[in-house]
Design a protein around this ligand. Structure first.
Ligand code: ATP
Length: 154
């Protein structure tokens, strides 16, 4: 499906700017993707939701969550940054594994199954995408997801 990306992304992130507001967090967006792309709309929506849910889950009040979209090196790229608890180097390679959670405590207030990012990875693969995870200095996490400017696999 050919999708006008900027309005689509605006619609996806809109609720998150409101949730962030209600949690006393700052939400920043920078969408520079003024074109139509052939994507699986539902899956890309789900993908963004996974990263934004996590960004809200692993940050405290006062944090900043940023979402950006742009074209770089013949690929389109999404970036989700937060100023939260961050991910240690030894955990970075594992966060996309099924059921992997950095804090294994069942009583953890933020709950979850450790499935979100494994689903995200599957969606990224099905769109021939790449994902990297980096530290956001001085605190937090940056996920960068990029896709070729071509059609997804059937
Ligand atoms: P759920 O299945 O509900 O999404 P989850 O958040 O535990 O549960 P994933 O989304 O797969 O599962 O994330 C895996 C782990 O990666 C998390 O448990 C958390 O430890 C870590 N993680 C993910 N996103 C962030 C983030 N933005 N900041 C810090 N840690 C994160």
């Amino acid at each position: 499906e050919s999708v006008a990306m900027a309005p689509f992304l605006e619609t996806v992130i809109q609720p998150y700017s409101e949730i962030a507001d209600s949690q006393d967090k700052h939400f920043e967006e920078n969408i520079q993707l003024d074109r139509d792309l052939v994507i699986d709309k539902q899956r890309i929506h789900q993908l963004i939701v996974i990263f934004l849910d996590n960004a809200l889950k692993y940050t405290e009040a006062g944090a900043t969550i940023s979402f950006s979209a742009r074209v770089v090196n013949n690929r389109w790229e999404l970036q989700v940054k937060d100023t939260g608890i961050g991910i240690k180097d030894q955990d970075k390679a594992h966060v996309f594994d099924r059921f992997y959670r950095v804090d294994k405590s069942r009583s953890r207030a933020t709950g979850g199954n450790g499935l979100g990012l494994s689903i995200a990875k599957w969606i990224i693969d099905s769109h021939r995408g790449k994902v990297t995870v980096n530290d956001n200095h001085p605190q937090g996490t940056i996920f960068t997801i990029s896709f070729p400017l071509t059609k997804p696999k059937k």
